[in-house]
Ligand binder design. Structure first.
Ligand code: ATR
Length: 278
């Protein structure tokens, strides 16, 4: 039996085991997906162990996506440029790292917004999650701007990715964000996760109607809750929204292909996620 799993901390509440185990079953693959809840200080030791165990592949989540790069033998170009790995393949003790998050965010957006090339996209947040989203957008030649609570991080990211892609990227703090506009808005920060009880007033102050109203499509990569406060504002304005589980689903579908070389049973994985999130 082939073994796969999620490497994260905490990992117990991950939606991935149900999604992948249902997918393996659906195509009759003799494989099992487990939970590897490993704290930061245990990462290097765990990765060493993986090399000699029958673990074929891993999904990587917080807080290991960046630090695990040091424990891999080969890292593909996209993952290296993003600076984070969310997919590992163990080829006979040689560990290969990939990133499918940017593929997930692009697919989630493209199925709703169409081709990203030339689209004006505003990205909120400049943390780890935002890097994959930004990378995907720039790879598709969207016109991107980036805003973050701490301005410095937004400027730094804009400079780094601007140089990488030869693009001009506007950046600034959240006040500058409110003065910006575009066709697509993507929220990548952990604001809803860290502040689950934000008041309607604070939400309205941060994402005023005059700002959200300028976009055609609004995506939030947070999926708990599925309809985030920002998506609720956007919905109220009649905007098209993209919920966060889409990115989760599409990055997992890519992972499945990388691990097994087979097409993923997409409908099974989609309904597995829907069951878990409703
Ligand atoms: P992740 O991997 O989820 O992106 P991270 O790298 O810790 O996590 O980044 C968290 C992001 O959420 C950052 O952009 C952070 O803004 P700062 O750089 O200013 O810290 C953003 N964030 C967290 N709480 C926020 C809040 N209350 N308001 C606005 N942005 C917030």
């Amino acid at each position: 039996m082939n073994q796969y799993g999620i490497l994260a901390f905490p990992a117990k509440h991950s939606l991935s085991p149900a999604m992948f185990n249902e997918a393996f079953k659906a195509i009759g693959l003799d494989a099992e997906y487990e939970v590897f809840e490993i704290p930061r200080e245990g990462l290097a030791g765990f990765m060493e162990r993986v090399k000699s165990e029958p673990i074929e592949g891993l999904s990587v989540s917080l807080p290991h996506k960046e630090s695990v790069l040091d424990d891999l033998d080969e890292v593909d170009e996209d993952a290296r440029r993003i600076g984070a790995v969310n997919t590992i393949v163990n080829k006979g003790g040689i560990l290969h790292g990939y990133n499918t998050d940017f593929i997930g965010s692009n697919r989630a957006l493209e199925e709703i917004a169409g081709k990203l090339r030339g689209k004006r996209v505003v990205v909120v947040g400049a943390g780890g999650a935002s890097r994959a989203v930004l990378y995907g957008l720039l790879k598709e030649e969207a016109f991107v701007s980036i805003y973050n609570r701490s301005e410095e991080k937004a400027h730094k990211l804009a400079l780094e990715f601007g140089e990488m892609f030869g693009a001009k990227i506007e950046s600034g703090d959240l006040a500058a964000m409110q003065r910006s506009s575009g066709e697509v808005l993507v929220q990548t920060s952990s604001i809803w996760t860290l502040n689950p009880d934000m008041s309607l007033k604070d939400i309205g102050d941060l994402f005023p109607i005059s700002f959200v109203g300028s976009f055609d499509v609004v995506m939030d990569i947070v999926y708990k809750p599925l309809i985030t406060p920002l998506l609720a504002v956007a919905q109220g304005l009649g905007k098209t929204i993209v919920t966060g589980e889409k990115m989760l689903l599409y990055q997992a579908i890519e992972q499945f292909k990388i691990w097994t070389g087979k097409d993923a049973p997409e409908t099974v994985m989609k309904s597995s996620l829907e069951k878990l999130l409703t």
